[in-house]
Design a protein around this ligand. Structure first.
Ligand SMILES: Cc1ncc(COP(=O)(O)O)c(C=O)c1O
Length: 536
């Protein structure tokens, strides 16, 4: 009879010994063979496991290619001669106005040019952020709002130039999440208790804020989903797919992120529809006459980005919408890379759908706003089925809630939606026109400075571009450049950036991609350029 000692079943083997605890592989094999073998000429079911003694393993080869990156130049941390940069208008409290002004050591205004200021102090850090006003705040105040910007990476101040992938979060958003989880957390819409009311109020207020931020006529024109990827899949499946018959056409542009290509391929494969692609010129701007020529009586839908995530091209969305509408075709605008960098008004634009992820606009991950014109949301089929999206269910049929609930089956990212609302309020208080103006100046400065690095080639040069400063550097793998910059705390992204068609249009498979946002400073660009000069 088996004895149980200390909760461990002893394993008896044929020599009468008993083992406690975990048997070795050899013991298990022996035991299995004894249990399963029968007859006079027992054959082991499993080959015996050799004892492992001094086993040899192949050695991992040395990294085949030694990094081609030479030792980096010394990075000079912030130090600045007093009085170099001060605002000319200390009371610059008007929104939507940028004031950049410089005083030299003697205290006299020298120029109002950011570029001159930068040239003057090139290679050194300054307090010039205090002299730059973006809407209602100085750049330094904005930077102070983002606690992660004080982070040290490898002993250097973090220079966050990966905003195209995701943005950092202001303290206001972090605090709002804490407040939500401390005082309001509950599921929404379904409870009779106080916290359900608080969370529902907060969630619906965020919907209103999102609608206001992009000029949507009604808060119920905003559906919350997890991200732009899910948003485009929703529109493709819920609205467009039911319209399609074999041979119908969907127009996309060469600039699209894979999130605005693959969902359309999937529904095209299911329905027999075909994709048509608008080309771009060598600067990275869309060719409008070519776009217009793509329309046929079979065109059922257009989906286009407002800003290319690789080239930074700002597409002529007004014309894209107007031309589509002239042909009676609805259009979706992918605002993932635009909405944090410029004012957007979907009503003025007359977009049929407009989508943007929260995490690229200083809000948490896991939340996205989908704007759809009311009639189109009404016409769209539900995308996911489940709770929250229904008015009444029997086993025979379901009556759906109207939009937006019709598309919000299950429990959504409630706190993240509330965080999105807070991020949008934060930006509105600064003023999006000012944010746009400031970033335009910063992009120009970045382009000008990067162009001075020997062997550096900017990819994407369309006038008025936003955020992305993609480049190739002669003689270096993109990944090696990214790793080299990381040694100095400078975060950029390298690779294909989920936009292989547009990169291949330029004969490339990858680029180094610094991407700017509201809180980046000329010092960030100088740090990048100084570091890159160390490679040139
Ligand atoms: C232009 C564009 N569209 C869509 C997406 C997908 O966004 P998400 O990953 O938030 O779903 C991205 C992400 O980088 C993007 O840049």
């Amino acid at each position: 009879m088996t004895m149980i000692e200390n909760g461990v079943v002893p394993i008896a083997i044929d020599d009468g010994t008993a083992f406690y605890g975990l048997p070795s592989a050899a013991e298990l094999t022996k035991l299995a063979n004894e249990l399963w073998v029968s007859g006079e000429d027992p054959q082991p079911v499993h080959p015996p496991t050799p004892e492992v003694t001094g086993a040899t393993y192949p050695t991992i080869p040395e990294t085949p290619v030694a990094p081609q990156v030479p030792e980096a130049p010394a990075y000079v941390p912030t130090s600045m001669p007093a009085g170099v940069a001060v605002p000319t208008d200390q009371a610059a409290d008007e929104k939507n106005v940028i004031r950049v002004a410089v005083r030299d050591g003697a205290g006299e205004p020298e120029t109002d040019s950011l570029y001159a200021l930068s040239d003057q102090v090139h290679g050194e850090h300054t307090h010039r952020n205090d002299g730059i006003t973006v809407g209602s705040k100085t750049l330094q105040q904005i930077r102070d709002d983002f606690p992660i910007l004080k982070e040290q990476v490898g002993g250097f101040p973090l220079v966050w130039l990966d905003n195209g992938a995701t943005t950092q979060k202001p303290q206001a958003v972090i605090d709002r999440l804490t407040q939500f989880y401390t005082h309001e957390n509950s599921n929404v819409h379904r409870g009779a208790h106080e916290l359900a009311a608080r969370s529902t109020d907060a969630y619906e207020a965020a919907r209103q804020t999102a609608a206001d931020f992009i000029g949507a006529p009604d808060k119920d024109d905003i559906v919350f989903v997890r991200g732009t990827t899910e948003a485009i899949n929703l529109v493709a499946n819920a609205y467009v797919k039911p319209l399609l018959t074999p041979g119908d056409e969907i127009i996309l542009t060469i600039l699209e992120h894979h999130a605005n290509i693959v969902p359309w391929q999937l529904i095209a494969a299911e329905t027999g529809a075909v994709l048509r692609v608008v080309p771009c010129d060598d600067s990275g701007q869309l060719i409008l006459p070519a776009y217009e020529k793509l329309f046929t009586p079979r065109t059922k839908f257009v989906s286009a980005t407002q800003v290319s995530n690789v080239l930074g091209t700002v597409t002529p969305v007004e014309e894209l919408v107007a031309i589509a509408h002239r042909h009676g075709v609805p259009i979706l605008i992918d605002g993932a890379q635009s909405v944090a960098h410029m004012p957007v008004n979907v009503s003025a634009l007359d977009a049929d759908f407009f989508v943007f992820s929260g995490h690229k606009i200083f809000a948490p991950t896991g939340i996205c706003a989908v704007y759809g014109k009311k009639g189109l949301l009404d016409a769209a089929k539900p995308y996911h089925g489940g709770g929250n999206m229904i008015k009444d269910v029997t086993f025979e049929r379901t009556i759906y809630n109207p939009a937006p609930n019709k598309f919000e089956a299950g429990t959504g990212s409630i706190a993240d939606a509330v965080g999105l609302g807070e991020a949008l309020k934060y930006l509105s208080a600064i003023g999006m026109p000012a944010v746009h103006q400031w970033e335009q100046e910063l992009v120009q400065y970045g382009m000008k400075e990067l162009a001075t690095v020997p062997g550096l080639h900017l990819i994407g040069t369309a006038p008025g571009k936003a955020s992305a400063l993609s480049f190739k550097l002669d003689g270096y793998e993109d990944g090696a450049v990214g790793e080299y910059l990381n040694r100095y705390g400078i975060a950029v992204r390298t690779g294909h950036h989920c936009a292989q068609p547009v990169l291949r249009r330029f004969g490339l498979e990858s680029v180094v991609r610094p991407t700017l946002a509201l809180y980046n400073s000329p010092d960030d660009i100088d740090a990048l350029v100084r570091a890159l000069r160390g490679l040139a």
